[in-house]
Design a protein around this ligand. Structure first.
Ligand SMILES: *Cc1c(COP(=O)(O)O)cnc(C)c1O
Length: 392
């Protein structure tokens, strides 16, 4: 039996898998058992910021695993502390809590908002339409798309979803009982949709006026992908709480909540915790990732190569105006919205040896490793252009 049949025979049928049998990865490439090489412009959904088998990450994992792979959070752990020091320095937030995943970081952020609000007469949490925060019940309570929620209710009380990028709706939705507003400053799964300047301005004013917590979900956009450490740094806002995950464990499961000192202090000993969160091997890998991002200026590279990718996509949009409706990109988080479902085009790209993804049905999404080179961007644009020419 091939891998596909073995999987189909045993798994919950929750995932649609790609028809690839991967043997190994190296740098920006994946190699399959049939000897083909793929340029990975999707990077394990923004997880593999340094690509595959990065020597620094591999060494960090090996050396931590040979000491211990788990102690529990009863123990002080050097790798955790080193990652916390790096994250707090790079982010400017003084406090961190480690989780295992993105959705767990969101759950923790919801708890912080509720606890913080409990002494202030604030409990309501406001979130945005078309967003994605994870698959647990708290995260789903902050989302509105039926594809993720249908049939799973009832959800958490006191959570409300308002229209994304609608300043008037925001003014109407927030009030003295609002404990927190949660949002992705660039919606990822929702189709690479950045917050508008006008919406950010209104949000910033209301944030100052009403004093709710601003919670930025940077799980997909964070740690340098957009050319700044956080996507929200492209706007005049200052969130009290930030969630991180995907790239920060070097491919191992790791999430984080960052917070200002005041807000972090609402959680006292015993109020929140996790068995696996902050796993030392994941933290050691995360240290390698963040040090490499800093030392090699991969954030600067994300900005410049992101601009190149955006230029290329914009050129294709000019060449194929009937096919590409809009290009949206900030750094190496890019999307091209098509006039049709993008699955066929993502499949055609894969046939030609380049992995991209299609999200929100019609949006081709590019989340390459931060280590890509200009030639990889050229190759992607050239290949996509060839495919679009045939569609036409
Ligand atoms: C992926 C993602 C999550 C959920 O992370 P998991 O690790 O899959 O739980 C939450 N928010 C955003 C913006 C994401 O992209």
């Amino acid at each position: 039996m091939n891998m596909h049949d073995r999987e189909a025979a045993t798994f919950f049928h929750t995932y649609k898998r790609l028809p690839l049998e991967v043997e190994r990865g190296e740098g920006v490439y994946l190699f399959t058992k049939d000897g083909r090489r793929y340029l990975d412009m999707f990077a394990g959904l923004a997880v593999n910021a340094l690509g595959y088998a990065h020597p620094r990450v591999v060494d960090a994992i090996r050396s931590q695993a040979s000491c211990y792979t788990h102690l529990s959070n009863y123990f002080l752990q050097e790798a955790q502390i080193r990652l916390a020091e790096l994250l707090t320095r790079l982010s400017g937030y003084p406090r961190v809590f480690f989780s295992n995943s993105g959705t767990e970081a969101i759950e923790g952020a919801i708890k912080i908002a509720r606890k913080w609000g409990s002494t202030r007469g604030k409990s309501e949490i406001l979130a945005m339409s078309n967003s994605f925060h994870g698959r647990t019940m708290g995260a789903l309570s902050l989302m509105d798309r039926p594809k993720y929620r249908d049939g799973f209710g009832p959800f958490l009380p006191g959570c409300r979803v308002m229209p994304f990028n609608d300043p008037a709706a925001l003014r109407k939705s927030v009030g003295p009982r609002t404990a927190a507003v949660v949002l992705e400053f660039i919606q990822g799964e929702g189709g690479i949709r950045p917050v508008s300047a006008e919406f950010a301005q209104t949000l910033s004013e209301l944030h100052r006026e009403l004093g709710f917590l601003l919670i930025a979900d940077e799980i997909q956009s964070g740690a340098g992908r957009t050319g700044k450490f956080f996507a929200f740094q492209h706007y005049p806002v200052s969130p009290e709480v930030v969630t991180l995950a995907k790239p920060i464990g070097g491919g191992l499961p790791l999430g984080a909540i960052l917070a200002t000192g005041d807000v972090a202090s609402v959680l006292e000993p015993g109020m929140h915790g996790t068995t696996f969160g902050g796993n030392p091997v994941a933290c050691a890998a995360g240290v390698a990732v963040l040090e490499e991002i800093e030392e090699k200026n991969l954030m600067g590279q994300a900005a410049s190569l992101g601009a190149k990718l955006k230029d290329g996509l914009t050129g294709l949009a000019r060449e194929f105006p009937a096919l590409i409706k809009e290009v949206r990109a900030v750094g190496l988080m890019a999307g091209a919205e098509l006039d049709r479902s993008g699955d066929g085009i993502a499949d055609a790209m894969r046939e030609k040896g380049i992995l991209i993804n299609c999200t929100d049905t019609t949006v081709l999404r590019f989340l390459p490793p931060l280590i890509i080179e200009p030639s990889h961007v050229d190759e992607t644009i050239r290949t996509l252009g060839g495919i679009l020419a045939q569609v036409k």
